[in-house]
Write a protein that binds this ligand. Structure first.
Ligand SMILES: [Zn+2]
Length: 268
């Protein structure tokens, strides 16, 4: 599932692929992927999706792409597309299965948005209102802003995954960051203060930047859930294997319905 590093990599790829180019045509292969507002419901398709998409991407050259958490805002002059990848969305230059939208460029290349589960989408909008949608309901960005104070008795892992608290972390990177910081994922969020909070902020940053560096080596993004994809992470799906730091067996527990891998030996 895409988290901040995958979305940031998508941002950089789209910028690189469209530098100096124009979009010359649009193929809307599945109208459900273009939405009138931010929504993860496939039924919320825009009734005039193709026209709305064309009105943005044909009107001006592709420009800056802003990111906040897992959302992107792609400027085309004063207009923009809000992009979100949901659970399975990705932009690519290949011709993937489940292609939903194709933007053809003036160099003959095409950018394709594919999304098997249709939880992601594209919202045609304007830069000004798009900037509101980009941040609506989200906490500070996990990569670009300081980690906010964490509060309450719920487990720290659950708090880190709450997008209204901090935007961009999901299941995998929240768990790996807690391991880096040596913090037990069950500790109440409000207890992570002082030096532990500082350590966690550094761990989150290192986790995201480390993953970005790793992803930058490939032309097309692979998600770790993809069949045959590498799993470069020390904990993810490694229950029973030795912790690379202390050698204790990695354990797995369920928190808020999601699997958490952690090390009982060195996460306190
Ligand atoms: Zn350990």
């Amino acid at each position: 599932m895409p988290e901040l590093p995958e979305v940031e990599t998508c941002r950089r790829s789209l910028s690189r692929w469209t530098a100096g180019r124009r979009v010359v045509s649009v193929d809307l292969l599945d109208p459900r992927s273009v939405r009138q507002g931010r929504s993860d419901r496939p039924t919320a398709g825009h009734p005039e999706g193709k026209a709305a998409l064309q009105a943005v991407v044909l009107a001006a050259a592709p420009g800056d792409i802003e990111r906040h958490g897992k959302r992107l805002l792609w400027h085309f002059g004063a207009r923009a597309l809000l992009l979100h990848l949901g659970m399975t969305g990705r932009w690519s230059r290949a011709a993937p299965a489940y292609a939903k939208v194709r933007l053809r460029l003036d160099d003959g290349e095409a950018l394709v948005f594919a999304d098997p589960r249709l939880l992601g989408g594209i919202v045609p909008t304007e830069v000004e209102s798009g900037r509101i949608l980009l941040r609506q309901g989200l906490g500070p960005d996990a990569l670009d802003a300081p980690l906010p104070a964490l509060m309450g008795r719920r487990p720290i892992k659950v708090a880190l995954m709450d997008q209204t608290v901090v935007a961009g972390l999901g299941n995998l990177h929240a768990a790996e960051a807690l391991w880096r910081a040596g913090i037990d994922p069950r500790v109440p969020a409000g207890d992570v203060i002082g030096e532990r909070h500082t350590a966690l902020q550094k761990a989150v940053r290192d986790q995201l930047e480390g993953t970005l560096t790793m992803l930058s080596k490939d032309e097309e993004i692979e998600y770790v859930e993809d069949a045959g994809a590498d799993n470069p992470f020390p904990l993810y799906q490694r229950a029973g294997s030795p912790c690379p730091r202390c050698g204790a067996a990695i354990a797995k527990l369920t928190q808020a319905g999601r699997s958490t891998w952690w090390c009982p030996g060195c996460q306190r």
